[in-house]
Design a protein around this ligand. Structure first.
Ligand code: BGC
Length: 472
């Protein structure tokens, strides 16, 4: 079995995780700068992304690594506050534009297709002070930022992704304390963010569609994290709990954009409304869309970007949240089970779940009318001690890519696959304690030297031969 010739193989990264240069050349402060500087102990190893892999100064070496890996494409994100230091479009930072121009041009020189994510979690701090994604005006500020991006880079970049992972932005950042801005607004934060974020996505999509697509001719989509959830037993209760879990994790963001019904997913919306009433709220904690907003959002994506890592079994009765407060986990009201025999990574949430790519993508294909898909992230973590001998990462990629071939065989319209990640980087709350790179980065070395791991050779072999040789 072979991958099609036009299948895009790449890797992915994100600005805050690799760039460093946090206050150089006019860049403004973002919410990760602010949180790691003012609240350093929230990061496991009390580190930050001030320097990270220093890709701001090493971008040519990064492009050289892309060539070493024989990549077709590279997905990276733009730092909003490097381009617009205050977040607002009245003040554009020329050095920020120049940096990304150099980066893009370097890729194009070697025929590597750049894929831009406009937002991978690093909101300008000034916009957070105005409420960030809890403020409905975020959609206008975001659309203004998107216009600056399309205007400056759209002549050469043909793949734009508005947001990376709404669930992680909204649930982790607003509804809990596991990502900046650690708001912990459990009852309403996640849901306010969800509504404003999908509207922001749609406004940016129409900026592209109306003002730029006619001359630039590219595509604009969104990336949602879709892990696979399967019922723990065959009982009706476990099946229903699993459906609610899927709706809460990715349906909340995918349904308004990709379904033929539009709006938030029905069963989960009902559940939140019921719980809100029991809890004494005057209205559901999940805001509604107006008819106009619903229509704006529906169909506003040229492709569905999927970040996929793992799978879980869902039970209506076991492992449920203890002492629930009004929150998304309480609204879901189900437990998660991970079988002992699934191989474990360095990250608590990440195991190798069998056939999870095939299962997730065939479900999405059915639910959302067969859209075009890209897998925009997929990868495995090792502890720093593992060094270069990352056999399990190699096994993970081979297994995942077999599932990708099964997915193509099943008739899913999947156009590309981006491994997470090109190089080791700042792994958010875990700092540098968990590594995802095909290349290791020496964070003790001021030069941030990059060295290929075993898995880099395996991935390169697959990418350049278009098939998976299990003996290699
Ligand atoms: C994120 C990446 C992150 C990776 C591993 C994804 O959810 O988009 O930024 O590093 O998972 O945790």
């Amino acid at each position: 079995r072979k991958f099609p010739d036009d299948f895009l193989f790449g890797t992915a990264t994100a600005s805050y995780q690799i760039e460093g240069a946090w206050n150089e050349d006019g860049k403004g402060e973002n919410i990760w700068d602010y949180m790691t500087h003012n609240n350093p102990t929230v990061i496991k190893d009390v580190s930050n992304g001030d320097i990270a892999a220093d890709s701001y100064h090493n971008y040519k070496r990064d492009v050289e690594i892309m060539r070493e890996l024989s990549l077709d494409a590279y997905r990276f994100s733009l730092s909003w506050s490097r381009i617009l230091p205050t977040g607002m479009a009245n003040e554009v930072n020329p050095a920020g534009i120049e940096f990304y121009n150099n980066y893009i041009n370097e890729m194009l020189k070697y025929n590597i297709t750049p894929m831009i994510t406009l937002y991978h979690w690093d909101l300008p701090q000034k916009l957070q002070e105005l409420g960030g994604f809890a403020n409905p005006y975020i959609s206008d500020w975001y659309a203004d930022y998107a216009r600056v991006v399309f205007e400056n880079f759209g002549d050469r970049v043909k793949h734009f992704i508005t947001f990376n992972e709404p669930r992680e932005i909204c649930f982790q950042g607003y509804g809990s304390t596991t990502k900046a801005p650690i708001l912990n607004s459990t009852a309403v934060g996640t849901y306010l963010c969800a509504k404003h974020l999908v509207i922001a996505h749609a406004k940016a999509y129409y900026v592209y569609d109306n003002e730029f697509r006619p001359t630039q001719g590219g595509q604009c989509g969104i990336t949602i994290s879709v892990n696979w959830f399967a019922p723990y037993t065959d009982s009706d209760e476990d099946h229903f709990a699993t459906e609610i879990k899927r709706q809460s994790e990715w349906g909340l963001y995918a349904h308004p954009i990709f379904s033929s019904e539009g709006g938030f997913p029905k069963e989960f919306s009902q559940r939140i409304a019921e719980k809100s009433a029991q809890q004494g709220y005057a209205k559901s904690r999940l805001p509604e869309f107006t008819a106009e907003e619903k229509a704006l959002v529906q169909g506003s994506s040229d492709f569905f970007g999927v970040n996929h890592y793992t799978g879980y079994l869902i039970s209506a009765t076991q492992n449920k949240v203890e002492n629930p407060v009004p929150s998304m986990p309480d609204d879901v009201d189900a437990g998660t089970i991970v079988p002992e025999e699934w191989p474990k990574s360095a990250s608590t949430w990440l195991t190798l779940a069998p056939n999870s790519i095939l299962n997730a993508l065939t479900d999405l294909k059915e639910r959302y009318n067969n859209p075009i898909f890209y897998i925009t992230e997929n990868g495995w973590s090792t502890p720093p001690e593992t060094g270069l001998d990352d056999d399990m990462r190699g096994t993970y990629y081979r297994t995942a890519l077999e599932s990708v071939l099964d997915t193509l065989d099943a008739g899913v319209n999947l156009k590309g696959y981006m491994a997470w990640s090109l190089i080791d980087n700042f792994e958010w709350m875990q700092g540098y304690a968990e590594r995802f790179g095909l290349y290791s980065v020496d964070f003790e070395d001021p030069a941030r030297t990059r060295t290929p791991r075993k898995s880099a050779f395996i991935y390169k072999h697959i990418v350049s031969n278009r098939f998976i040789d299990h003996t290699y």
